[in-house]
Write a protein that binds this ligand. Structure first.
Ligand SMILES: Nc1ncnc2c1ncn2[C@@H]1O[C@H](COP(=O)(O)OP(=O)(O)OP(=O)(O)O)[C@@H](O)[C@H]1O
Ligand SMILES: [Mg+2]
Length: 112
């Protein structure tokens, strides 16, 4: 199993959620987060010096899938979250060792 963790623009969340649902993904976790990438957040010039003003709000989407669906999850997020402008976000993929559905006590591939 894999965990796909995507940091996306908040205004793209509805598009990403719809695309993942259409692709057959049945569960996800969403967190409102803040962060910065290589532009180091928004910058402005103040009295001739450049200051980092803030970290920017982003949405983190986490999906755990079977290995065979992971590529589809990644490509679906990549397509639906893209504007082509800076700050579009990142996708990270992790290996997941175990998963359990608490209600039924199913495990691993049957639990995701
Ligand atoms: N190396 C990283 N580790 C953890 N989180 C990151 C990393 N890079 C980016 N992020 C998260 O992703 C968000 C969006 O990053 P962003 O898309 O600006 O990356 P970037 O590398 O600057 O690419 P771009 O040049 O397209 O803006 C950041 O606000 C941060 O929350
Ligand atoms: Mg950036």
């Amino acid at each position: 199993m894999k965990k796909i963790e995507a940091i996306i623009q908040p205004f793209k969340f509805e598009d990403v959620k719809s695309a993942l649902t259409a692709a057959g993904i049945e569960g996800m976790t969403i967190t409102e987060v803040k962060g910065f990438g290589r532009q180091k957040g928004h910058k402005e010039i103040y009295r001739g010096s450049e200051y980092t003003v803030d970290v920017l709000p982003k949405v983190k989407v986490e999906v755990v899938s079977t290995d065979d669906k992971a590529e589809l999850v990644v490509s679906t997020i990549m397509q639906s979250a893209k504007t082509g402008k800076i700050g579009d976000g990142k996708v990270f993929v992790f290996s997941v060792e175990e998963a359990y559905r608490i209600r039924t006590e199913e495990s691993n591939e049957k639990a995701v």
